[in-house]
Write a protein that binds this ligand. Structure first.
Ligand code: ADP
Ligand code: MG
Length: 480
C-alpha cells in the first residue's frame, strides 16, 4: 500500500530570513498567549517554555472532521451507557482484573461504592476526548480518553496562533478553513453545570493534580476560564498524596471537605497511572475511594474511568457487543464505521489466533496494555517478541491488539524550544472533546466541545506533546 501525501495548506518553501522572522514571531506569540508548558530539562516554578508546535496548520479532510464532530454526542452516550451497566463492565473486565492489578484496584473501588449503594440521582460528569487518525482518507478511532483529557485549554490558543501565522504569511483569506475551537469554554461550561447541579453556593471545584505539573498552562486556562464564566466559583488544587494524608475528609452526609471547603465537583487531571498511587501505605487509593464515596460530582466517576479502558474499547469492537448498548442499528453502524481492527489476547483459542497473526506480521499491529498517558504501547518487531514471550502466560490478557493506522504524510516545520525549526514529514491525530452529565436514570447534558490536533514526525511511534514527541497543531479543512 503506497503512502498517501497531503499538500501543505500553503507553500512552506521559505528562504532562511523569512523562516527566521516568522518562527521568531510565532514563538513570541505562543509565549505571550500561553501556548506553553514547564520545562522538564530546566524545571522552575517561575518560568515556562513555549510548547512544541508546527508552523502552519495541517490539511485535514473537512468531511472526516465533520463526521468526527457529529459522532461525539453518540460517543459520549456510549460511554455513559457502559458506565451505568455494571454487568457489562464486570464481564468485560473480569479477566483483565485477574492479571492487571491497577485496573483491578480501580474496579475494587467501583464495586465497593456500588455495594454501599449509590443514589440513582447522583450525577457524574464526563469530559472526554475521542482520538482519531486518518486511515488513508477516513477517520479511525485510536482511543477514547475518559479521564484527564488534556489540551482543551492550549488548543484553543493554537487555533489563534495559526490564524495569526497565516495572516503574517499573507494568507489571511484562508482563515475560514481553520475552524473555530471552543474546547476550553465547553469543558469549563460542563464543570460549571455540574457545580450548579450540586447546588451549594459556597462549594468549590477541586482539581486533582500531579506532584509536579508540567502542563500547567492548560490546567490554569481551565481554572481561569471557570472564574471568568462564573466569578463566584473557586478552584482549589491538591494532589492525591495530600488528600490521602489527611487533606480531605467525609462528613456524615458524605460531603467531601478539603481544608474547610465543601467540594462540589472533582476534576481529575491525575489518577490514571499506577505511578500516581505510589505511597507504600496506599494513601492515594484511600483518597480515590473517599472521593468516589463522596457526594461531590466526579469528572470522571470511577465508572466513566473504567469505561475508557482499552479492554472495553476492544470488546466493543467484537460483533454483537455494541448491540448490547444500543437498540438503534443506525447508532451501532455510525460507531462501528470508525472502529479499526481490535483483538482480544485472552488465553483462549481466539487470543491464540490473534497472537499468532501478530507474530507473523508484527509491523501491522500495536500492542496495548491497560494504561493511559502515552509511552506504554509496543510497536513493530517488538510486538512479535513480546507475544512470543507471553505464549501460554495468562498475563497476555492484560494487553489488547490493534491494527496499525497509517495516516497520510504531510510536510511541515516543527518548532521546539532550544532547537532549530525542522522541516519534516509529519502525521496527525485529531481529538474531539465531549461533555456529558447524567446519572443512572437519565442524561442531563450531552454536547460536543471543540477539538485538538497533535502532529508528530512520521517515524515516531507516539506523539505525546506532554511526553515530548509531538507538536501542537490545528486542522486546516480541505475537500479531498
Ligand atoms: P494512551 O492512552 O497512552 O494515550 P493511545 O492508544 O492513545 O494510548 O496510544 C498512544 C499513541 O500511540 C497515540 O497517540 C498514537 O500516536 C499511537 N497509536 C495508538 N494506537 C495506534 C494505532 N492503532 N495505529 C497507529 N498509531 C497508534
Ligand atoms: Mg492517547
Amino acid at each position: 500500500m503506497s503512502t498517501i501525501r497531503l499538500e501543505p495548506c500553503v507553500s512552506i518553501d521559505f528562504d532562511s530570513s523569512t523562516l527566521d522572522e516568522i518562527v521568531t514571531k510565532a514563538k513570541d506569540w505562543a509565549l505571550m498567549h500561553g501556548v506553553c508548558m514547564r520545562s522538564r530539562q530546566n524545571f522552575s516554578p517561575d518560568s515556562i517554555n513555549f510548547a512544541p508546535f508546527v508552523l502552519v496548520p495541517s490539511a485535514f479532510p473537512k468531511k472526516e472532521f465533520e463526521k468526527a464532530i457529529e459522532l461525539q454526542t453518540l460517543v459520549n452516550e456510549m460511554i455513559h451507557q457502559i458506565a451505568n451497566n455494571y454487568e457489562f463492565l464486570k464481564s468485560t473486565l473480569a479477566i483483565t482484573n485477574t492479571v492487571d492489578p491497577f485496573t483491578a484496584q480501580l474496579f475494587k473501588i467501583y464495586t465497593t461504592v456500588q455495594e454501599e449503594g449509590v443514589s440513582q440521582e447522583e450525577c457524574c460528569c464526563g469530559l472526554f476526548r475521542c482520538d482519531y487518525m486518518l486511515d488513508r482518507d477516513a477517520v479511525r478511532q485510536v482511543e477514547i480518553n475518559t479521564i484527564a483529557s488534556s489540551f482543551a485549554g492550549i488548543s484553543t490558543r493554537v487555533t489563534r496562533l495559526h490564524r495569526f501565522v497565516m495572516q503574517e504569511l499573507s494568507h489571511g483569506d484562508k482563515l475560514q478553513q481553520i475552524p473555530e475551537n471552543n474546547a476550553l469554554e465547553a469543558l469549563c461550561g460542563g464543570m460549571l453545570k455540574a457545580w450548579e447541579i450540586y447546588n451549594q453556593p459556597q462549594a468549590v471545584i477541586l482539581f486533582i493534580i500531579e506532584e509536579i505539573t508540567y502542563n500547567i498552562c492548560d490546567q490554569r486556562f481551565h481554572e481561569f476560564e471557570i472564574r471568568k464564566q462564573n466569578p463566584n466559583v473557586r478552584v482549589i488544587r491538591r494532589n492525591l498524596t495530600q488528600l490521602g494524608r489527611g487533606g480531605a475528609s467525609l462528613d456524615a452526609e458524605k460531603k467531601l471537605i478539603v481544608d474547610g471547603h465543601e467540594v462540589a465537583v472533582i476534576y481529575f487531571r491525575c489518577g490514571y497511572a499506577p505511578d500516581q498511587y505510589m505511597s507504600a501505605d496506599g494513601c492515594e487509593w484511600d483518597a480515590r475511594l473517599m472521593m468516589e464515596r463522596s457526594k461531590a460530582i466526579k469528572c470522571p466517576s470511577i465508572s466513566y474511568h473504567l469505561a475508557g479502558t482499552k479492554k472495553v474499547q476492544q470488546v466493543l469492537a467484537d460483533p454483537g457487543n455494541l448491540e448490547r448498548i444500543f437498540d438503534d442499528p443506525d447508532k451501532v453502524a455510525r460507531l462501528r464505521d470508525v472502529f479499526t481492527g481490535l483483538y482480544s489476547l485472552d488465553l483462549d483459542e481466539e487470543g491464540d489466533r490473534a497472537a499468532e497473526m501478530a507474530i507473523q506480521n508484527p509491523e501491522k499491529y500495536v500492542l496495548k496494555p491497560q494504561r493511559e498517558g502515552g509511552g506504554n504501547n509496543v510497536y513493530g518487531e517488538e510486538v512479535g517478541e513480546v507475544l512470543k514471550k507471553l505464549k501460554g502466560n495468562p498475563e497476555r490478557a492484560s494487553y489488547i491488539l490493534m491494527d496499525v493506522i497509517k495516516p497520510p504524510l504531510l510536510q511541515n516545520w516543527m518548532v521546539r524550544p532550544s532547537t532549530q525549526p525542522m522541516r519534516v514529514d509529519t502525521l496527525s491525530e485529531l481529538g474531539i472533546f465531549g461533555v456529558i452529565i447524567g446519572n443512572a436514570k437519565e442524561i442531563l447534558h450531552n454536547s460536543v466541545g471543540g477539538h485538538m490536533l497533535r502532529t508528530k514526525i512520521h517515524t515516531a511511534n507516539e506523539g505525546g506533546v506532554a511526553a515530548g514527541l509531538g507538536a501542537l497543531d490545528s486542522p486546516f479543512l480541505v475537500d479531498l
